[in-house]
Design a protein around this ligand. Structure first.
Ligand code: BTN
Length: 231
């Protein structure tokens, strides 16, 4: 379902580049070797030197829009499993952890009738600054260098398959539940309405996070930024 991959050497952010193609109403991927202003969630900067995979998927989902970040995280996991990685978990819904260190982040933005889903995967990055001490890369884990284009291809294959399944037949969240990290852990969810603290209770059948808040009430979140409090 991703019809084209558009490649750049250097951009400000692939998220913004993808917006330039929205009129075409075609699902596509925009990728770059580096980004000058790569951005993460909550206005954070995404460290984007050469050696990472930086891709934004421009898609026009008709159903389950809020599942797209989780779908991207799951597709990264499936791709990395093909490369023999294990100990992969999803920190709902936007981060993929490798042995409890962040290897990939996902940010999704609504733009007109499209969703732009940005994925940053730390591939051949040899070191991170002190502020990113919870980060890792594939190279740091194995000492090997990887072909980023090939990883992109594998990721897109998984994403396309899961996306079609989700849009056409519905996809059961049970498939991803195995990977969710932090059940029972204290977290806070940052939403447009404010911050809610609680513990992760479950992920339900609509792919939403169920959080038990401090007064024991279960609250449902389709989207939000989850911060683990014990890190
Ligand atoms: C996060 O963990 O906060 C999300 C990071 C998402 C980074 C990717 S890299 C490709 C795309 N372009 C951007 O500017 N951001 C996303």
């Amino acid at each position: 379902m991703i019809e084209r991959v558009i490649r750049y050497n250097r951009v400000s952010s692939t998220q913004d580049k993808a917006k330039e193609f929205v009129e075409g109403r075609r699902s596509l991927a925009v990728t770059a070797l580096t980004q000058d202003k790569g951005r993460g969630r909550q206005g954070r900067i995404w460290f984007s030197p050469k050696g990472g995979l930086y891709v934004s998927l421009l898609v026009y989902p008709e159903h389950r829009v809020t599942s797209i970040p989780l779908l991207a995280s799951l597709s990264i996991i499936r791709a990395l499993e093909e490369y023999g990685f294990s100990k992969l978990t999803i920190h709902w819904p936007n981060d993929v952890l490798l042995d409890n260190h962040k290897v990939c982040g996902v940010v999704c933005e609504r733009y007109r009738d499209a969703v732009i889903c940005g994925v940053g995967l730390n591939v051949n990055i040899g070191k991170f600054g002190p502020r990113l001490r919870k980060a890792t890369s594939l190279t740091l884990e194995t000492g090997k260098e990887y072909d980023i284009d090939r990883i992109l291809e594998v990721f897109l294959r998984h994403f396309s398959g899961l996306y079609d399944e989700l849009q056409l037949r519905g996809l059961k969240v049970k498939e991803v539940l195995n990977y969710i990290s932090g059940l029972g852990e204290p977290v806070e969810v940052l939403t447009a309405q404010g911050v809610v603290r609680g513990t992760v209770s479950d992920i339900d059948d609509d792919w939403a996070l169920l959080l038990r808040d401090e007064s024991g009430i279960i609250k449902k979140f389709y989207y939000g930024d989850v911060r683990r409090l014990e890190w």
